[in-house]
Design a protein around this ligand. Structure first.
Ligand code: NAD
Length: 253
C-alpha cells in the first residue's frame, strides 16, 4: 500500500535507485519527509529496494536511455504522485578501457546511460519542475573533472554531464528551477568495485586527503541538501564530494 500523500509533501524522482548511491539517496529523502519515485532498469533489485524503502516509495522500472520508456514512466510518476519537486539523475554505468579498445558500441553503451539518460530524464521532467520550482541534481564524477588513462568513455560522459548541468542552470533559472552537479569520489558500490583493482584502491587511499573511500550516505547527504530549501540560492554548481581528492591536483589512479 503506497503512503497517503499530504498536499504539501514533496516528491523526489531518483534514477538508479535500486542500489548504491541512488538507494542511499532515496532512503535519505524519505527520512527527511519526502516521497520517492524510485526508478531503475533492474526490476528484481528495484523490487527489493522498494520493499526496503517502505510505503513512502513507489518503484518504476525504466531504462533511462530509452526515450519512449522515459516519457511513459514520467507520466506514470505524475499520475501516481501529481507532482515532482526534485529529479536526481543518478543512474550510471562504469567503463575502464583504453581508447583503441573502446569500440563504438562500447562508447555508445556508456553515453546512452550516462549522458543521453540525463538529457532524456531532465527534458521529460522539466515541465513538472516548472510547476513546483523544483531542483535537478545530476551525478557526474571526479572522472569528469580530471582526465586519466582508461576512462575515455566514462570520463567524457561525466564531463558532458557537468556542462549539461550548467546549461540547465542557465536556461531553467527563470522558471525557478535550480540545477546542480555532484561529483563523487570513489565509493564502494557494485559499479566501482567491478573496476577498482587492489592497486587502484591503494592509490586512492594515498591520493585522497581523508585517506579513504566515501560512503553512499555521504554522497546522498550532499544530493538531498542541494534539493532542499537550504540550497535555495545555489544553482549551476559542481560540487565534489571526494574526501578532498579534486583539490590536490593529483591524477586519478
Ligand atoms: P551502482 O552500480 O551501485 O548503481 C547504479 C544503478 O543504476 C543500478 O541500480 C543500475 O541498475 C542503474 N542503472 C544503470 N543503467 C541504467 C539505465 N540505463 N536505466 C536505469 N537504471 C540504470 O552504482 P553507483 O556507484 O551507486 O553509481 C551511481 C552514480 O554515481 C553513477 O552515475 C556513477 O557514475 C556515479 N559515481 C559513482 C562513483 C563510485 O565510486 N561508486 C564515483 C563517481 C561517480
Amino acid at each position: 500500500m503506497p503512503a497517503k500523500q499530504s498536499k504539501s509533501q514533496k516528491v523526489a524522482l531518483v534514477t538508479g535507485a535500486a542500489r548504491g548511491i541512488g538507494l542511499a539517496t532515496a532512503r535519505l529523502f524519505i527520512e527527511e519527509g519526502w516521497l520517492v519515485a524510485a526508478l531503475d532498469r533492474d526490476a528484481d533489485a528495484l523490487q527489493k529496494a522498494a520493499a526496503d524503502l517502505g510505503q513512502a516509495a513507489s518503484a518504476f522500472v525504466c531504462d533511462v536511455s530509452d526515450p519512449g520508456a522515459v516519457d511513459r514512466t514520467v507520466a506514470d510518476v505524475l499520475s501516481r504522485f501529481g507532482r515532482i519537486d526534485a529529479l536526481v539523475n543518478n543512474a550510471g554505468v562504469a567503463d575502464f578501457g583504453p581508447i583503441e579498445q573502446t569500440d563504438f558500441a562500447r562508447w555508445r553503451r556508456v553515453m546512452e546511460t550516462n549522458l543521453d539518460g540525463v538529457f532524456l530524464m531532465s527534458q521529460a521532467v522539466t515541465p513538472a519542475l516548472k510547476d513546483t520550482k523544483g531542483a535537478l541534481v545530476n551525478i557526474a564524477s571526479i572522472s569528469g573533472l580530471r582526465a586519466s588513462t582508461l576512462r575515455v568513455a566514462y570520463g567524457t560522459s561525466k564531463a558532458a554531464v557537468i556542462q549539461l548541468t550548467k546549461q540547465q542552470a542557465a536556461e531553467l533559472g527563470e522558471y525557478g528551477i535550480r540545477a546542480n552537479c555532484v561529483c563523487p569520489g570513489p565509493v564502494r558500490t557494485k559499479l566501482a568495485m567491478a573496476v577498482h583493482t587492489q592497486d587502484i584502491i591503494d592509490a586512492y587511499h594515498d591520493a585522497i586527503p581523508l585517506n579513504r573511500y566515501g560512503t553512499e550516505r555521504e554522497i546522498a547527504e550532499v544530493i538531498v541538501f542541494l534539493c532542499s530549501e537550504k540550497a535555495s540560492y545555489v544553482t549551476g554548481q559542481v560540487i565534489a564530494s571526494d574526501g578532498g581528492f579534486e583539490s590536490t591536483g593529483v591524477g586519478l589512479p
